[in-house]
Design a protein around this ligand. Structure first.
Ligand code: S3P
Length: 441
């Protein structure tokens, strides 16, 4: 099954979780493979590209800027790089759909181009703050105007008149902002350095290195010199830990389950969800470690048992930022209380993930208390019912997983956005043993 049968409403009935499955390619890495392949000199071959709507929006944007890209066909892309100065002005606004990564990273890249461009997106994306990229890019000399109040998209990017490198201390731990500044820095005069308050995913840095661009890392600071070149590369993209997390939790919370997820990225700047689940008592083994294109990969074997509520260490928050919806489901199924603080960023993701998850968990009979910057969840019996995912892909998949521990089926509405990050979710979920169907009524 593919996106064609993935409707806006799903019914999940639990099931026996087990077997061996592979999840789709990593979303963050897929975006970057298209971007750096397009800017490189020569032809890059990519395997394991995620053909979800978010990454397809990035791909379409580069096609609209004159880059020839073959595929995706079975996760394979052939990207005919145009070099650092080869992009052409797009004829129409670039539509980034639901994808924050596409919009923020492209803002950095477009800021440095000799042509004007406009970036737009769907209602959720147009409600997300872009001042966090426009501000540092502005201090490099970029001319970016947010067309809606509060620094919100669409963004109009005027032709660059020569950017200057900066030293930038990130006010929030955001890989998207770090990456936007580094992308602009590739074109800036002099050195650009970004310092992060806590480690965030470093896929941009690893992929720049894979494409032959020199970088300097000193503790929490990464620096690069503008004016260099990227050389084409052949890459295999790891499975997305953020997609794997749904099945890690489904298996971890079901006593007796035994599930292996093959070829999953376990980059240390992304593996917070693994560490949180291990701290909750999950039986997860990391096996067969290897490297794809500079990214660590492993097979993950999960054996289900009882989970315990924990206080989630704050330093793990940026390392697990996309996995909290399903970690909240793990907390609901665990014994005792789970407390999360220091996670205000969750309120400005594809939805307000603190409020939307608290509402959904309550609808299933779980005591969930939203905090300004987190949530308190008391584990207990999960009932059936209907929950609204508010068009947020990860919320929808998280509630489908909750059915594994629930006493009755769970209907999820507002689920169509699953195609943005995991178009094969239904098929993979079924092969892992979840009884789930699109509800066409
Ligand atoms: C991403 C970074 C994260 C994450 C998003 C993908 C990336 O956002 O939530 O899904 O690819 O750089 P922030 O950097 O804004 O936290």
């Amino acid at each position: 099954m593919t996106s064609s049968d993935q409707e806006d409403r799903l019914v999940a009935r639990g099931g026996r979780i087990g077997g061996t499955v592979a999840v789709a390619g990593d979303k963050s890495i897929s975006h970057r493979a298209v971007m750096f392949g397009a800017l490189a000199e020569g032809v890059s071959h990519v395997e394991g590209f995620l053909a979800g709507e978010d990454c397809l929006a990035t791909l379409a944007a580069f096609r609209a800027m004159g880059v020839r890209i073959e595929g995706p066909e079975d996760g394979r892309l052939v990207i005919h790089g145009v070099g650092m100065d080869g992009l052409r002005a797009p004829e129409a606004p670039l539509d980034m759909g639901n994808s924050g990564t596409s919009m923020r990273l492209l803002a950095g890249l477009l800021a440095a181009q000799p042509f004007a461009a406009e970036l737009t997106g769907d209602a959720s994306l147009c409600n997300r703050p872009m001042g966090r990229v426009a501000e540092p890019l502005g201090s490099m000399g970029a001319r970016i105007t947010a067309l809606e109040e509060g620094g919100r998209p669409p963004l109009r990017v005027a032709p660059a008149e020569g950017l200057r490198g900066i030293r930038y201390d990130l006010p929030v731990a955001s890989a998207q902002v770090k990456s936007a500044v580094l992308l602009a820095g590739l074109y800036a005069e002099g050195e650009t350095c970004v310092t992060e308050p806590a480690p965030t995913r470093d896929h941009t840095e690893r992929m720049l290195a894979a494409f032959g661009y020199p970088l300097r890392q000193e503790g929490a600071t990464v620096c690069l010199e503008g004016g260099g070149r990227l050389r084409a590369a052949d890459l295999t993209i790891p499975g997305d830990l953020s997609s794997a997390a749904f099945f890690l939790v489904a298996a971890a919370l079901q006593p007796g389950s035994d599930l292996t997820l093959e070829g999953v990225g376990i980059n240390p700047t992304r593996r917070g969800a693994l560490d949180i689940l291990l701290a909750m008592g999950a039986g997860i083994e990391v096996r067969n470690e290897r490297t794809y294109g500079g990214e660590p990969v492993a097979d993950l074997r999960v054996r289900g048992g009882e989970l315990e509520g924990i206080e989630i260490p704050e330093h793990l928050v940026p390392l697990a930022i996309d996995e909290f919806p399903v970690l909240f489901v793990a907390a609901a199924a665990a014994r005792g209380r789970t407390v999360l603080r220091g996670a205000a960023e969750l309120r400005i993701k594809e939805s307000d993930r603190i409020q939307v998850m608290a509402d959904g968990l309550r609808a299933l009979g779980i005591a969930a208390e939203p905090l300004e910057d987190g949530i308190v969840i008391d584990g207990g019996p999960i009932g059936g019912g209907t929950v609204d995912a508010h068009g947020d892909h990860r919320v929808a998949m998280a509630f489908a997983v909750a059915s594994v521990a629930a006493s009755a089926p769970i209907t999820v509405t507002g689920a169509a956005a699953i195609r943005t990050s995991f178009p094969d979710f239904l098929a993979v979920a079924r092969s892992a043993g979840l009884e789930i169907e699109a509800d066409k009524d």
